[in-house]
Each structure stands twice: as C-alpha cells, then as structure tokens.
Write a protein that binds this ligand. Structure first.
Ligand code: MG
Length: 296
C-alpha cells in the first residue's frame, strides 16, 4: 500500500474516489484521481531524467523484479562474483526496511546504495534518482536495481532503467505468469530461479510456467538458473554481456532503450480510473521529454 501507485484503490472502494464519492476531492479541492495521475506523470518525467544520466555515462540499468524470497540478492551475489573482474557493477537496493541486502553486495566489493521505502510497495524514479547521486556513474558499466519484492506495483513504474528482468522461483506456483500478467508482460528476460530445488518439488513444471508466460505474447527469453549451484548462470551472464554491448552500440546514435511496457502497467493497475483533464494539458510537455512513451 502506498500513495503513489493507486494500489489502495480497489474495485470495491473506487466509488469513494470517483466523481461524487466521499474521497473524490482532496482537502485543497483537487480531484483525487488527478492527483494520482500527476504523481505518475512526475515519475515518468523523473525517469526520463534518470535515463539521461545513465546514458551520458553509458551505464546499463537492469531492474530486477519478483516476489519476496525468489533469490534476487543471491543472483546479484553470484553475478558480481562471476563478472566483477569483467565489468564495473553497482547496485541500488530497495526494501521497506533494513540495510541487509546492500551489506551483502558490499561484502563482495561492489558499491551499493540501500533505499528503504518505509510503507511504499515499489521503488519510484525519485528514489532511484537519489540513489544515482550516491554513486559514481562514470565508473559503472552495469547498474542493477533490486526492486521491492512484489509481483504487482513495481511493474507500473519506470525508474529510468533500460531492462526488466523478472525472477520466478520454483518454490512459487508455475501459474504465476497467468495470475500476475502485468508484471510478466513487462519482462525482457524471465529467470526461473532456485532450479536446484526442482529435484525435490513435484508441483512446479518449468514448461507450464513458460507456457503461461507465452500466453501473454511475450517473446522474451526464459532462462533457468540456480545461483547457489551455478547452473544456468552462463546463459544469464551471456544475456547481460549481449545487452550491454547492444546498448553501448546504440548510444552514439542517440538511441537509448526506453521502456515501452511501463505505461501499460500503469493503465492496467488503475484500469477503472477515468481520464483526467490535467494530464491532457500536459500532454505535449511530457511527450517532448519522452518521445518513446505513450500518454495515458
Ligand atoms: Mg533481496
């Protein structure tokens, strides 16, 4: 639950914020839906700014999203150990509380900024901007952003990153892509993690997980990894190398890689919210800054 993604608006209570609902207007008379939409537009504006920072220094930013406990930090540890001599890696960690994950990354010699979101269920572009200013972007090739563990809200926010990697551990259900389509549709890569446990699980079929994923019409590669045993890591590392190389080749042509699916997440997330005129007034302003983005 937080005040920026609309996750506190549900089909059951949305009548309260619509037209003549009891919470339709804030204390200063602004329409509640308009306030929410303005926050999301400000996020996109900030995200574009973040991406300009990253592109200036040629740092590829990869956003890791998943449910809690699917092994994002373990994957980062294995990745830093494997690629630490090849690339300069830094991490922005997002959790509601604690410095634990940043400490795990720093223990391996990589710079890490911990963002604690308090009650917010996702990172946003402003939090990431604060994190960027605590890092030396000139000495980073790969920036990993480990989002808050949550299969819903993080998918609706452009952080200014370039790629989305979704982790699905084999200890979760293999039907998760069907249940959380917004998240899985946003994936540039799907990692099935903790695959060393498949031997003792009889209720997770990787082929079923991939079939549900393909039903979302997402052609992104699916890679099976065990960070603990090292299985499948080569394919993950090759994907990172290929994408960093492709990104660096695009930069001199001024072609960054902006996200095309973030807006779809926002739309789905608040599918019942009526269009606000405030957003229309700013249409051209935001289009100018984000030519790759569709206005909602
Ligand atoms: Mg973690």
């Amino acid at each position: 639950m937080c005040n920026t993604c609309g996750c506190n608006i549900t089909p059951a209570n949305e009548h309260l914020v619509q037209s003549e609902g009891r919470l339709a207007y804030t204390e200063d008379g602004k329409a509640a839906v308009t306030v929410l939409q303005s926050l999301l537009h400000e996020n996109d504006h900030q995200a574009g700014h973040n991406r300009q920072h990253l592109d200036y220094f040629g740092a590829l930013a990869v956003n890791l999203m998943s449910a809690p406990g699917s092994g994002k930090t373990a994957l980062l540890e294995a990745t830093i150990q494997a690629l630490g001599d090849e690339f300069r890696i830094a991490v922005i960690e997002g959790d509601l509380e604690t410095e634990n994950d940043a400490a795990r990354v720093r223990a391996l010699g990589a710079p890490a900024v911990q963002i604690t979101t308090g009650s917010a269920c996702h990172l946003d572009a402003h939090m990431v901007h604060n994190g960027l200013h605590q890092l030396d972007l000139a000495s980073i090739d790969l920036l990993f952003i480990e989002n808050v563990g949550n299969l819903v809200c993080p998918a609706s926010f452009d952080l200014g990153h370039h790629l989305n990697v979704i982790l699905l551990s084999v200890t979760e259900g293999d039907d998760k892509p069907a249940k959380y389509p917004v998240m899985f549709r946003s994936a540039d890569l799907l990692l099935l993690t903790k695959t060393d446990l498949l031997a003792v699980l009889d209720d997770f079929d990787p082929a079923t997980a991939e079939a549900y994923f393909r039903q979302l019409a997402n052609p992104a590669p699916v890679v099976m990894v065990s960070a603990r045993r090292g299985n499948g890591l080569d394919a993950w590392l090759a994907w990172l190398r290929d994408n960093l190389q492709a990104y660096r080749q695009r930069l001199p042509r001024d072609e960054t890689r902006s996200l095309t699916l973030a807006e779809e997440g926002v739309r789905c997330h608040r599918s019942s919210a009526p269009a606000a005129s405030h957003a229309d007034h700013h249409h051209h302003h935001y289009d100018h800054h984000h030519p790759g983005h569709q206005e909602i």
